[in-house]
Write a protein that binds this ligand. Structure first.
Ligand code: SAH
Ligand code: F3S
Length: 438
């Protein structure tokens, strides 16, 4: 009997990549292959890559070097995603034995290389979301299921390579998104996370001219009895329209948690970043959100050391972080990227200053997060189980604010997927809790 072929997929970067990898795995499963954790054992090796910072791109190439040495002869290997789009044919010059280089909107062409393994396959075209329709569905949806609703970005922040790698904004049709969401609900999903580079910019016009927004998707999804929690990421501040804000008031399945990156607290830096909102406008949106849902918590992304950032600019970032009290944030040193305007700006900031500023911001953000976590002690929160920890003796739950909460496994009963958990202890990174008897 012929042994089953194996595949190895490693995913870097954002949730969109995680989702794309699920679909690639579903396609390979449908062709009778099985997943393997061992590169040396795999017949097909795929890195799904991220190019948002230089370090991310470098990581991919060092990993490719390692894989080239470890893989068995004859195994197909290649890259998909944003590094493929960023490097294109040059990837074949750097690693000549690569078999395929497929951009984020052309990974549905993978079957071509499986059928013709002696060829080289390069496709980094943009311009369509056919991949979502051409690839087989995920058979059993994860408990937390990502559903992409739009891809690409029209904002063109001057530091960001995403508009180049993922292209201009494209929204999927309302019916396609609802079909995929329903499929996820029927096959295991309890939480839906809608995805898009500019998720709240979702806008789909049907053949009768009817316009659908993210609020319509949330309203329709909230009707599905299997789905208990809904969230979405990442949001652009000025696209937080009133219909969407109102969802936080009317749809209780929508979690009271929102990632809405501010990037910097300095109006000058924001202008050079081409993020044309004032701090007042940003704060006004937060206030509206808090009016709609008083317990809503916000998370942000920050970039430190953007070209020309002064000590005073940086102080303003610290100030806004303290003012908004972001409970969970990602902060990055600015990284010059090809195809971006900021890479060519004067007054690039030296690495040591970037490093210092990042450490100061991180410690301020950690402190805010720790305080919020400690404030949760004594509260009872409805939490969703995401699986066991490494020891197998504890379960990891997510609170409605996306905090991780560790709970000892119950001895006598099955582990509930959704449970009311009383928070008993907290530190910066996580909470501890216990089941509340209903
Ligand atoms: N809205 C997008 C954001 C993409 S990039 C999405 O979620 O898909 C994610 C974050 O990386 C950005 O919010 C920004 O803070 C950071 N980032 C983007 N380009 C960067 C660069 N050149 N250097 C450092 N950080 C960057
Ligand atoms: Fe990038 Fe700015 Fe869009 S961070 S993804 S260009 S909103």
């Amino acid at each position: 009997m012929k042994s089953q072929k194996k595949y190895f997929i490693k995913t870097f970067g954002c949730q969109m990549n995680v989702y794309d990898s699920w679909r690639i795995a579903a396609m390979l499963d449908a062709r009778g292959m099985v997943a393997s954790k061992d590169v040396a054992d795999a017949d097909v090796i795929i890195l799904n890559t991220c190019s948002v910072r230089e370090k991310a791109t470098n990581k991919v190439f060092s990993e490719l070097g390692r894989i080239r040495d470890a893989k068995k002869s004859g195994a197909l290997f290649g890259i998909v995603g944003c590094v493929a789009r960023e490097t294109g044919a040059k990837a074949f010059h750097r690693i000549p034995d690569l078999n395929f280089v497929l951009g984020p909107q052309s990974y549905h062409r993978l079957p071509q290389i499986l059928e013709n393994p002696d060829a080289k396959l390069l496709n980094i075209d943009l311009g369509g979301l056919e991949k979502f329709d051409e690839m087989p569905q995920i058979v059993h949806a994860p408990v937390v299921s990502y559903i992409p609703i739009q891809e690409g970005c029209n904002h063109c922040c001057t530091y960001c390579i995403v508009p180049y790698t993922r292209g201009p904004e494209l929204s999927r049709s309302f019916n396609d998104v609802i079909r995929d969401t329903l499929h996820a609900a029927k096959t295991g999903a309890i939480e839906i996370c809608f995805l898009g580079q500019n998720v709240n910019g979702y806008k789909y016009t049907d053949e009768n001219g009817k316009i659908y927004r993210l609020s319509d998707l949330i309203r329709e999804t909230a009707k599905m009895p299997e789905i208990q929690r809904i969230r979405f990421t990442s949001s652009y501040p000025t696209e937080m329209t009133d219909d969407l804000i109102q969802m936080f008031k009317t749809e209780h399945k929508l979690l009271p948690f929102l990632n809405m990156p501010i990037q910097s607290g300095s109006p000058d830096v924001l202008k050079r970043m081409n993020r044309p909102y004032s701090l007042d406008a940003y704060i006004k949106i937060i206030n509206k959100l808090r009016d709609a849902r008083p317990d809503i918590q916000i998370s942000s992304d920050f970039i430190v050391g953007f070209p020309g950032e002064t000590d005073n600019d940086f102080e303003q970032t610290l100030k806004i972080a303290e003012q908004i009290k972001y409970i969970n944030s990602y902060s990055f040193k600015y990284s010059p990227r090809p195809h971006t305007a900021a890479a060519l700006m004067p007054n690039q900031i030296p690495e040591n200053i970037k490093r210092e500023r990042l450490a100061v911001l991180d410690s301020a953000l950690n402190e805010i997060q720790r305080k919020f976590n400690e404030k949760c002690i004594g509260k009872t929160l409805p939490c969703l189980c995401e699986g066991a920890d490494k020891t197998g003796h504890h379960l990891i739950y997510r609170t409605p604010y996306m905090q991780q909460c560790i709970v000892a496994c119950p001895k006598d009963t099955a582990c509930p997927t959704m449970a009311n958990i009383k928070i008993t202890a907290a530190n910066r990174a996580s909470l501890r809790g216990e089941y509340v008897k209903n």
